[in-house]
Design a protein. Structure first.
Length: 376
């Protein structure tokens, strides 16, 4: 009789309080297919890391790539906002914006507050996960209380729509115990020597299976993915555009999670996550190259203008840190006085670098090429 490598969820309608603790058995992931795809994912991620590390102005990546990651991750949860709405809200956070835009911006804040938290603490803990959840949902709530009968139901409009596909563990103490096991698995690289990328994929499933909060678990889990990579030194800043792949392959993502809990099918889940890392590393790598190339080209174009721009380098760097720029942004940054900032932004419009837009009585200057690259 063959050994059972992983104990599955016997009844999807009953809380999976016997969710197996980590680590999973090495035989599950030490297969030719998984290890080959792991190699591809590691190579792509290393190339992205090397490219991003040599860019002097990390803000160029931080404010652009991470904002798109926040937008796409929110779309996975059916929270939609337009690029214009989002960039407007980010450019002027004191004005009224849609609830969807605010939710996306909260995701981005969670991305950065969690990153800074780990920079200070050095490792994951229970407070980290609660902090991420609270930032995303703007709540003081914590672990799901015992009385909640939380279930995961199938979406869509097919014959299975609305049926229970999974019931996570129930009970605050049980949830905390499983989270603490997950945290030990993440932090202890001596006892648990699994490759970091496989560890991230395994841990992402475990977090979603524990489903520790009332809401926001999907977004918290995707924030965690990026934080794990930065915590382990595989990226310097959280810029991997991972949610793009998950959104484009949403059915495969959810069927992969269910495949583990219902059939113990770790192979398809791990292969999915390795493909996601490889693909999004390549996409992000090319986006960074395109942004840097366009920025350098525009800087050269601005420097050659006969009217001359003071601090042309600072101006060009600044307009590439976010798609929409306001006169106030340049003034607050100390680059120019108000009249100079307005004059230079209008001149960039004349040169077809920027486009002036009026939105709800406020003037914004859109970096056309940066907007194009981020929207693709």
């Amino acid at each position: 009789m063959s050994e059972i490598l992983y104990s599955i969820n016997p009844d999807r309608n009953v809380p999976w309080n016997d969710l197996p603790e980590l680590p999973i058995k090495a035989e599950i992931y030490r297969t030719v297919d998984i290890l080959e795809k792991l190699g591809d994912a590691k190579a792509a991620l290393a190339r992205l890391h090397g490219r991003s590390a040599i860019i002097p102005n990390q803000g160029l990546l931080i404010n652009t790539i991470s904002l798109q990651e926040a937008k796409i991750s929110s779309e996975i949860e059916n929270i939609f906002t337009t690029d214009d709405e989002l960039y407007k809200a980010y450019s002027n956070q004191h004005i009224e914006s849609s609830e969807s835009s605010r939710e996306v911006l909260r995701y981005r804040e969670a991305l950065w507050s969690g990153y800074n938290y780990l920079q200070n603490t050095g490792q994951f803990d229970l407070d980290y996960f609660i902090k991420i959840f609270q930032e995303i949902k703007q709540t003081n709530d914590g672990i799901r209380p015992d009385f909640l009968n939380t279930t995961i139901k199938q979406g869509g409009s097919g014959p299975g729509a609305g049926k229970v596909s999974y019931t996570p563990p129930r009970g605050v103490e049980i949830i905390k115990a499983k989270l603490n096991n997950l945290i030990n698995f993440l932090n202890d690289d001596e006892q648990y020597r699994t490759d970091h990328l496989l560890k991230m994929a395994i841990a992402h499933f475990q977090f979603e299976a524990i489903h520790p909060f009332r809401d926001g678990n999907g977004r918290a889990g995707r924030v965690f993915n990026i934080h794990y990579l930065t915590n382990k030194g595989l990226l310097d800043v959280p810029i991997l555009f991972l949610s793009r792949y998950i959104l484009d392959h949403k059915n495969d993502y959810y069927s992969g999670l269910m495949g583990v809990s219902q059939r113990g099918n770790w192979k398809d889940w791990l292969l999915f996550m390795m493909r996601a890392i490889e693909s999004t590393s390549d996409i992000t790598f090319h986006k960074i190259n395109e942004i840097v190339s366009v920025k350098d080209s525009i800087l050269d174009y601005v420097k050659k203008d006969v009217r001359k721009f003071r601090n042309a380098e600072d101006l060009t760097e600044f307009i590439f840190t976010q798609p929409f720029t306001k006169v106030k942004h340049l003034v607050d940054s100390g680059i120019y006085a108000e009249n100079t900032a307005r004059d230079y932004l209008n001149r960039l419009c004349d040169m077809q670098v920027m486009e002036k837009r009026e939105i709800e009585g406020h003037h914004y200057y859109l970096n056309l090429e940066l907007y194009r690259i981020l929207s693709e």
